[in-house]
Ligand binder design. Structure first.
Ligand SMILES: [Cu+2]
Length: 75
């Protein structure tokens, strides 16, 4: 069963389009992430994902590995 959810993350440490691209690729590289929309202006990432394949912790650690910090944003 595929359970698709959407969450918003607050991402810190981004300062240019290259950073946005790095964070986007880090998220999209995870199995189960369907969509990742990263905004430099808001320091946010909107992620649509299959919650049976990927967790919030996976996303946060992928973003950390790319060199940025992230945490869940309550919408
Ligand atoms: Cu940058």
């Amino acid at each position: 069963m595929i359970v698709v959810e959407r969450i918003a993350l607050s991402v810190s440490g981004m300062h240019c389009d290259h950073c946005v691209e790095s964070v986007t690729q880090a998220l999209k590289g995870l199995d189960g992430v369907k969509l990742a929309k990263v905004s430099l202006a808001d320091n946010r990432a909107q992620v649509t994902y299959d919650n049976e394949k990927v967790t919030l912790e996976d996303m946060v650690s992928a973003i950390k590995s790319a060199g940025y910090e992230a945490e869940r944003l309550q919408e």
